[in-house]
Design a binder for this molecule. Structure first.
Ligand code: GFB
Length: 323
């Protein structure tokens, strides 16, 4: 299979987000000449007519569909309508417009939350739709499942070369550091940082600390996305992760040791634990020829260095004026 041409017209839908910005950076490193992007004010991805017009004018040949309304466990469980509505529409409009202009290849990014709450661990791709979903992110998972099925349906009915990747939990520079709606790593990192600055010795960690999560650095995910665009064309989707997990308590201790050594962890068990364990089986991805590179300790350190070096106004979730 030929790698996608570096002089092709590539659209990164969702370029301002954690994943999208890492994908743009990865494409730039690889010398892609024409990377198309559109800000939210330029293009509402939920508006099919607007998306069709944009695709007709810009004529992308390759699409990374990494746009969406995203957030951590609290945002997912308190804003299910937005997570379901926005994501279903965004996936639908971009897939349909891509078909209309004969996009040569599209990569759709799902999420490991598509799998049943009690899936066998590590989770193989064939466990999709084999049991009830985790309630704290059911709406998001349903939208993501619809996205996968949409790509499969467009492949089956129209012969579109649309592939899907299912990433595990992500972290890295450019994350959303919102104190309520963010994911585990940025929220804890921020809380440890603010406690250190304030001289506060105790830091709150949500839940019991016993759930287990797998964490992938976003630059590794971006690399995997490009790798799959270059080397994968099958009808089935592919898990993307490290295949290694860690208990929330151990992760919180790692972050504590990086950011605020000596701080005491206080577990708030009124906050949800969510899925008890989530670690992907990544044998399919390994067989295709890709492995992650960034170790967790190294990745967390790098992310924290990035965080402290930023102007707070430019970090998502730290300032209301941030985009
Ligand atoms: O990343 P996260 O919010 O979402 O992690 P999920 C939630 C887990 O971390 C729960 C614990 O076990 C929480 O109890 N936790 C501890 C914290 N302290 C904190 C904290 O300060 N903030 C947060 N957010 N959690 C996600 C979905 O589920 O899975 C995403 O919400 C996506 O949208 C992703 O699908 C793959 O890992 O539970």
């Amino acid at each position: 299979m030929a790698a996608i041409p570096r002089d092709g017209r590539v659209f990164v839908a969702g370029h301002a987000g954690l994943v999208g910005s890492a994908v743009v950076e990865r494409l730039q490193e690889d010398g892609f000449g024409t990377i198309l992007t559109a800000t939210r004010s330029e293009l509402d991805l939920r508006d099919q007519a607007a998306v069709n017009r944009w695709f007709a004018a810009e004529r992308p040949e390759y699409v990374f569909l990494v746009a969406g309304t995203v957030g951590g466990i609290m945002a997912n469980s308190t804003r299910p309508a937005e997570f379901l509505y926005d994501n279903m529409l965004i996936h639908g409009t971009v897939v349909e417009a891509s078909k209309q202009v004969d996009v040569r290849k599209l990569l759709y990014l799902g999420s490991s939350c598509i799998y049943p709450r009690h899936a066998q661990q590590p989770i193989t791709e064939d466990q999709l739709l084999t049991g009830p979903l985790e309630p704290t992110n059911e709406a998001y998972a349903l939208a993501k499942i619809t996205g996968i099925k949409l790509c499969e349906a467009y492949r089956a009915q129209y012969g579109c070369n649309f592939i899907s990747a299912m990433p595990t939990n992500l972290y890295g520079p450019g994350d959303n550091f919102d104190p309520v709606g963010g994911h585990l790593v940025p929220m804890l990192m921020r809380r440890f940082h603010e406690a250190k600055e304030a001289g506060e010795p105790k830091v709150e960690v949500w839940g019991t600390g016993s759930p287990r999560r797998e964490l992938l650095h976003v630059s590794d995910l971006a690399d995997a996305c490009l790798f799959l665009m270059d080397h994968y064309e099958g009808p089935g989707f592919v898990n993307v992760g490290t295949g290694e997990d860690i208990a929330i308590r151990d992760l919180a201790e790692m972050l504590r040791d990086i950011v605020h050594p000596g701080a005491e962890l206080v577990f708030d068990t009124t906050k949800p634990d969510g899925m008890p364990r989530k670690v992907l089986d990544v044998s399919k991805l390994h067989d295709i020829g890709w492995r992650h590179r960034t170790g967790l300790q190294e990745g967390l350190l790098e992310t924290y260095r990035w965080f402290v070096e930023q102007d707070p106004a430019s970090v998502r979730g730290l300032s209301i004026s941030a985009p």
